[in-house]
Design a protein around this ligand. Structure first.
Ligand SMILES: CC(C)(COP(=O)(O)OP(=O)(O)OC[C@H]1O[C@@H](n2cnc3c(N)ncnc32)[C@H](O)[C@@H]1OP(=O)(O)O)[C@@H](O)C(=O)NCCC(=O)NCCS
Length: 354
């Protein structure tokens, strides 16, 4: 049976840092509230676009897999904040990295996007349609924030993470199962409004885009759905919670992560958390966290790893995989973003207020 295994990984976080103390200068909030309620201390603000961050993360993942960009058959960017509506961010990344033999597409399942993307790419591999995929989660959600809106403005950050998936016949590695879900009746709980065809050009509200979120309702749903989808994914793989070596959850709020881990009966050493440094980077949180978990030696050959996520839609998902033999990159890449001399606060302040 052909499965998809992660053979390369990489991340790109923009250099400009925006701390909670910086935010105190532009909205009615404070470090203590943000850290206690969300676990976030700082986040990154992009001075470039989503395709730029995605391209850098993608090149690191391709090098880690020991491949060349031309080896990729499918390039999938999971994002809800692409540079443009047309072309896809994936097509722009393709040109930037030279993955000329790949098909390209974007996928939007909000913060669950990376799990939907992994599932789609793994299915293409299992069907024999492709052999190697580059799956990238990349977001610049800070472009949609209203500076001063404290309910959402403190939670999000920018960044990208990527993995290479390759076909394997080895029964002891690869993606074992996924469980994806959605409830479109909860559309209004989390939404970036005034962006699409609802408000065409010329409409007075066109471009009055902003993130709208009902935090408490999302919180409640997230804890239930993340726990359920992780358990269901494990069951589909013939495993139980006792088999889990590491849970890598979507990083939206450390209290949601803690509550999910508790429901799954996992101890803190079995859960990877880096939200303090980056906030919620939407579809990018899991591949960034996976890359950092590998860099920190938190993943061992043969480990059972579970990804869980939830986001706008509402959408949710769980994915179980068994890690292969290699936890070190085959090669490294010197791909990097252009430098900036701007601080996070300066970049945020330079964005027009709507
Ligand atoms: C947003 C979230 C952190 C708010 O935490 P909470 O404990 O539910 O806080 P509440 O919304 O009940 O607000 C409590 C108080 O803090 C205030 N507050 C809200 N945001 C604040 C901020 N940034 N700084 C200071 N105070 C703030 C509120 O006005 C409220 O004050 P009040 O009691 O005087 O009315 C939390 O609900 C959450 O993380 N939800 C999930 C959001 C999410 O994950 N979204 C992305 C999905 S992928």
């Amino acid at each position: 049976m052909t499965r998809a295994a992660i053979t390369g990984w990489g991340k790109c976080v923009p250099p400009a840092v925006l701390s909670n103390h910086d935010l105190e200068q532009v909205m009615d909030t404070n470090d203590e509230w943000i850290h206690t309620r969300s676990g976030i201390k700082e986040r990154r603000i992009a001075h470039v676009e989503v395709s730029d961050m995605a391209a850098v993360a993608g090149q690191h993942a391709i090098a880690a897999a020991g491949l060349e960009p031309e080896d990729i058959d499918m390039l999938l960017v999971c994002t809800c904040s692409p540079d443009r509506l047309i072309p896809s961010a994936a097509a722009m990344v393709q040109a930037k990295i030279g993955a000329h033999n790949a098909g390209t597409m974007d996928l939007n399942a909000a913060c669950t996007g990376f799990l939907y993307g992994l599932t789609a790419a793994a299915g293409l591999i299992a069907s024999g349609a492709i052999t190697r995929a580059l799956v990238i989660g990349a977001e610049k959600l800070t472009a949609f924030l209203n500076i001063g809106e404290r309910a959402t403005g403190v939670l999000f950050g920018d960044g990208a993470g990527a993995v290479v998936l390759e076909a394997t016949e080895n029964a002891n590695e690869g993606i074992l199962s996924t469980e994806l879900g959605s409830d479109g009746r909860m559309t209004e709980l989390l939404s970036v409004t005034h962006t699409g065809t609802e408000y065409p050009k010329g409409d007075p509200l066109y471009a009055e885009r902003t993130v709208y979120m009902e935090g408490r309702e999302i919180f409640r749903n997230a804890v239930v759905k993340m726990g359920e989808s992780a358990t269901n994914a494990l069951e589909k793989a013939g495993l139980t919670l006792a088999d889990v070596d590491l849970l890598i959850p979507h990083q939206a709020n450390v209290r949601i992560i803690d509550a999910t881990a508790k429901r799954m009966n996992l101890n803190p050493a079995q859960v990877y958390v880096n939200i303090a440094s980056y906030g919620n980077t939407s579809a990018a949180t899991i591949p960034i966290a996976l890359t950092e978990a590998l860099e920190e030696g938190r993943i061992k050959p043969g480990d059972v790893i579970v990804f869980v996520a939830f986001g706008g839609g509402l959408t949710w998902g769980g994915l179980a995989l068994r890690w292969g033999d290699r936890t070190e990159p085959i090669r490294t890449s010197d791909a990097a973003l252009p430098p900036t001399d701007k601080t996070g606060l300066e970049l945020l302040a330079a964005r027009p207020r709507v």
